[in-house]
Design a protein around this ligand. Sequence first.
Ligand code: ZN
Length: 72
Amino acid sequence: MNCPRCDSPKTRVMTKSPVGDVWEVYVCDVCAYSWRSTEDPKVWPTFKLKPEQIPNLDVIPAIAPLDPDVSV
Ligand SMILES: [Zn+2]
């Protein structure tokens, strides 16, 4: 199955329901999007990612510089 966000075929089962084999969670190895088998995820075109965008994304939001007037 392809990733709903980046359309990559590099997806895998991340985990399964602990009881009853009721659901699975899938994850995309390209963009880290995850979704449950009980969902039918639809990603709006605005939020789709292209493979060339992924290396340039911020992993963690930038941290603002410390306020010099506040002591820690
Ligand atoms: Zn993806």
